[in-house]
Design a protein around this ligand. Structure first.
Ligand code: MG
Length: 426
């Protein structure tokens, strides 16, 4: 029997049932509308993965995965940063997924993790690619079961997700305090109540040595002047956070954290590289400026010791990199045991942003999610995806209520931005 016939019989039964309950005259219509929303060919128990395709943008740093199934349902997911050059690896994982039911998301995640123990499935590119695949599995599952991903993650604590605007001033050569003030004012005018700045400047003329990670007095003063200008521009009630991209040493981290204390930052991010969490603890213990890290840590395991010893005040896993949506929720829940807020890093497209939103909605200790100012200026970000809802409104992303993640890839639009020499949805 065809699926259409199944649906017709279902409506007949529903309408007969409705007739027996005369006051509920709209019952049949309501059921029909609900059933219409269910994908035509969804028989969840018989779903199977048939193909895993991928495409790359931004010099290979943006990975898009499309998982196809035997039932005309597909899922999309995104990986960011730790994914260049991974096409053949995607194909290796495709072989391990073919024929499997995509609804067993945690089980497939576990299968891929454990099958890769000797291939590097502890961190790095392995987990970056796994993050994109895992997100696409949730998208398939949501579409097959006709619910948004947050529902599959246990429901939502909130309907809209607070974001901070990354000003991306690093794209400018040696931004001045006036540039900081201008970018802060612009973000505030656009409705954001939280803003991020980058303090590391590789080409700072006050720098004495590219390989020595101690900031000179001139560099420290430049950072203080920049953040002071931003604070004075927006006043005391806008959150400001500052990123150092792990490009300094522990003594610089302590010095800058101390000197920025009067400016009341939301956080100081990655003053030192990710690897040594004990060094993070030295900085955190030395200052009242909240210290934040996590975008270069992988899996819940990567956050365990950091949280156990109180190395940071806030964690910022990247859900397109650290293991995906289920793992992101696990990291957030682990952090909540230590009363540590969860503030995900996000440098993906709006697909990754909305995927992250489902996790942010699903945990109590969500603090804020990253948002990029270039979403508003670079047309690529609008062209590569399909989404008809509002992206951001007064500093919040309204959570999608569509089945799955709720955002699709626009293959035609993405084609012109595809990384040359890389496969495109193959
Ligand atoms: Mg960062």
């Amino acid at each position: 029997m065809s699926k259409n016939n199944n649906r017709r019989n279902f409506f007949k039964k529903a309408i007969t049932a409705g007739a027996a309950l005369a006051p509920l005259a709209t019952f049949g219509d309501g059921m029909k509308q609900a059933a219409e929303r269910i994908p035509m060919y969804s028989k969840p128990a018989d779903l199977q993965i048939t193909e895993v395709q991928c495409a790359y943008i931004r010099f290979g740093h943006g990975l898009f995965i499309r998982i196809k199934t035997n039932q005309d349902i597909y899922g999309v997911g995104e990986g960011a940063d730790s994914v260049p050059g991974t096409y053949h690896f995607v194909k290796l994982l495709e072989n391990r997924l073919k024929g499997k039911n995509p609804l067993n998301v945690h089980r497939l995640f576990d299968d891929l993790r454990k099958s890769g123990i000797f291939e590097g499935a502890q961190a790095g590119m392995y987990i970056g690619v796994l993050s994109a695949i895992e997100a696409a599995l949730w998208d398939v599952a949501g579409k097959a079961l006709n619910v948004p991903v947050y529902q599959l993650l246990g429901g939502k604590f909130r309907d809209k997700i607070r974001v901070y605007c990354d000003t991306a001033l690093y794209q400018q050569n040696l931004p001045t305090p006036a540039d900081f003030a201008k970018a802060a004012t612009q973000a505030k005018t656009m409705g954001f109540n939280a803003i991020k700045f980058d303090l590391d400047q590789r080409n700072d003329p006050a720098k004495y040595d590219l390989y020595n990670w101690t900031a000179s007095p001139g560099e420290l003063q430049r950072m203080v002047d920049q953040v002071t200008a931003a604070r004075e521009a927006v006043g005391p009630n806008i959150d400001i956070c500052c990123d150092m991209h792990g490009r300094y040493d522990a003594v610089t981290g302590q010095q800058i954290a101390k000197r920025l204390e009067p400016l009341n930052l939301m956080w100081l991010e990655e003053p030192i590289p990710a690897e040594n969490v004990e060094a993070y603890k030295i900085i955190s213990d030395s200052t009242t400026t909240p210290i934040c890290a996590g975008e270069n840590h992988y899996l819940a395991y990567g956050f365990r010791r950091m949280l156990e010893i109180g190395a940071v005040d806030i964690i910022m896993p990247d859900l397109q990199k650290a293991g995906g949506l289920g793992e992101g929720q696990r990291i957030a829940n682990l952090a909540s045991l230590y009363y540590v807020p969860f503030a995900p890093h996000m440098v993906a497209s709006f697909l990754g942003a909305m995927a992250s939103c489902h996790v942010c909605a699903s945990v109590p200790n969500f603090m804020i999610l990253e948002w990029q100012s270039y979403f508003h200026t670079d047309p690529m970000f609008k062209e590569i995806i399909k989404y008809d809802g509002k992206w951001v409104e007064n500093g919040f992303i309204p959570l999608s209520e569509k089945p799955g993640i709720g955002v699709d890839i626009n293959e035609e639009g993405m084609k012109k931005y595809a990384t040359p020499g890389y496969p495109f949805f193959k």
